[in-house]
Write a protein that binds this ligand. Structure first.
Ligand code: NAD
Ligand code: UGA
Length: 458
């Protein structure tokens, strides 16, 4: 079959895989190829067990893989063959040298740019899909224009706004698609080419354009605003616990103001995930770099409140359980950073578990999707950890239950059955405020929600 467009994506991760699957699904006359330097990832994309869990992804992969969607390790030939290249490689926080623990580590990004330059035999549109510091496109352009030939590269910014767990519906029906380009003749032509792809299924009024720098910065700012809402409500949850106010009631009252809106106002144990912390640190670094220490400090406080919220949660467990956890069995329900994903990157559960192990607690971890990743995250730990998928088995014989991920299945658990299998007094710390606290208190649990009065028999 002759395809109308040939598109390559470099980076077959949480973004590259699902976003390209959606383009392939919506544009059956385009050929989409995804490559990665990690051969295991490519093998997994070609197998029955996909490397990322995302509701609905398997169905779309089944409909497209081998027809117009391909996963391959052959980066060199794919760069040669494709004219439109998305780049969605990882951009983690730098762990070394200048800007360590703050700036984005752009080594994967730069390697990709050099690969594109090395293997290209014709002009291409290169699209930043990874989240990058503002002005990264300039560096990419400098690398790409360092070649001697007549080949031209047009760099666009097209940040991804999908969230894990809802990636497929976010990709199918996004709030907006943002495309940043230079406002030159060739920049506008490349922009039009990218608009043509998205316009296949997204209304034109949702496809917005800007200059490249605004596009790069908008992605960092969108994540910073979302994280700021979580930290704002979490900071208020601490005050609720001191004053007998109820954070759910406060969230509802505040969120019903249409100027504020009701999303991202659920108090909990803090935000996790691979991006919020990394992107805010990146923003903080940029502000410091450009001589704006007050602005940097403002955004840094969002991270500080996030850390404070986890420390508060841990301190509350210790205090409520008579100031010692040594030898006590604690069941962690949920290890993923949020529900509906197996991803545990920056999950609050990692820090909380490590701190409890430092108190010599015995930890039993349960999660419907994230046990493999949990075991990798805690591989260096010598303490007592068991991984048990069934929540009833995991809780049996424990002194305390901690709900750390808002999996829907935890709302429907038979807490009476669980209570009877536990050591008494039985403690329940709901780090996501998802269960019926009064009901669990009536069953016999000592219940500790976030931002609400504790319900204790002691
Ligand atoms: P990921 O780590 O899951 O995937 C990145 C992939 O790129 C890896 O498989 C890695 O092997 C590959 N890679 C690295 N260097 C390469 C190279 N030179 N050539 C080929 N492949 C290479 O990361 P992710 O979660 O998909 O995130 C990718 C980018 O998208 C990041 O910048 C992130 O901030 C951004 N983002 C992520 C999400 C999300 O929900 N995870 C959402 C929006 C934006
Ligand atoms: C987030 C953004 O929502 C996406 O738009 C963005 O594309 C993505 O980051 C990215 O750049 O990687 P994601 O991290 O997948 O998506 O998940 P979110 O739904 O944003 O949740 C992040 C964290 O905040 C989770 O740990 C979640 O439990 C927590 N959260 C969220 C709360 O504690 N309370 C809330 O009300 C909402």
């Amino acid at each position: 079959m002759k395809f109308r467009k040939k598109i390559l994506c470099i980076g077959a991760g949480y973004v590259g895989g699902p976003s390209m699957a959606m383009i392939a699904y919506k544009c059956s006359d385009y050929r989409i190829t995804v490559v990665d330097t990690n051969p295991d990832r490519i093998d997994a994309w070609n197998s029955a067990e996909l490397p990322v869990y995302e509701p609905g992804l398997d169905i779309i992969i089944k409909k497209t893989r081998g027809k117009n969607l391909f996963f391959t390790k052959d980066i060199e030939n794919q760069i040669k063959e494709n004219d439109i290249i998305f780049v969605s490689v990882n951009t983690p926080t730098k762990t070394y040298g200048a800007g360590a623990d703050m700036a984005a580590d752009l080594q994967y990004w730069e390697k990709t740019a050099r690969q594109i330059l090395k293997y290209s035999r014709s002009s291409k549109i290169v699209i930043e899909k990874s989240t990058l510091p503002v002005k990264t496109a300039l560096a990419m352009e400098k690398i790409l224009s360092s070649g001697k030939g007549k080949i031209k590269f047009e760099v666009l910014s097209n940040p991804e706004f999908m969230a894990e767990g809802t990636a497929m519906s976010d990709l199918e029906n996004p709030d907006r698609v943002l495309i940043g380009s230079h406002e030159t003749k060739s920049g506008l032509k490349a922009r039009a080419e990218l608009i043509e792809i998205y316009a296949r299924w997204i209304p034109l009024k949702k496809i917005i354009t800007s200059n490249i720098w605004s596009s790069e910065l908008s992605k960092l700012v969108a994540n910073a605003f979302l994280a700021q809402r979580v930290s704002s409500i979490n900071s208020v949850s601490a005050l609720c616990e001191k004053t007998d106010a109820d954070i759910s009631e406060v969230s509802r009252a505040v969120g019903m103001d249409s100027r504020i809106g009701d999303k991202f106002l659920n108090a909990g144990i803090g935000f996790g995930g691979s991006c919020f912390k990394k992107d805010i640190l990146n923003l903080v670094y940029l502000c410091s770099y450009y001589g704006l220490p007050e602005v940097a400090a403002y955004w840094e406080s969002v991270i500080k409140i996030n850390e404070y919220q986890q420390e508060r949660f841990i301190a509350n467990i210790l205090k409520s359980m008579f100031n010692t956890l040594a030898g006590k069995k604690i069941c962690v329900l949920g290890f993923a950073f949020k529900a509906d994903t197996g991803d545990t990157r920056e999950s609050p559960a990692i820090n909380i578990t490590r701190k409890l192990l430092a108190e010599h607690a015995q930890i039993i971890i349960s999660d419907p999707r994230a046990l493999k990743n949990a075991a990798l995250d805690l591989a260096d730990i010598k303490g007592s950890i068991n991984y048990v998928e069934d929540p009833y088995q995991a809780a049996a014989g424990c002194h305390a239950l901690l709900i750390l991920t808002g999996w829907d299945l935890y709302r429907r658990l038979d807490f009476k059955k669980i209570y009877h299998s536990m050591v008494k007094p039985a403690f329940l710390f709901d780090g996501r405020n998802i269960i019926d606290h009064n009901k669990c208190f009536t069953i016999g649990f000592n219940v500790y929600p976030i931002g609400k009065p504790a319900l204790s028999h002691l």
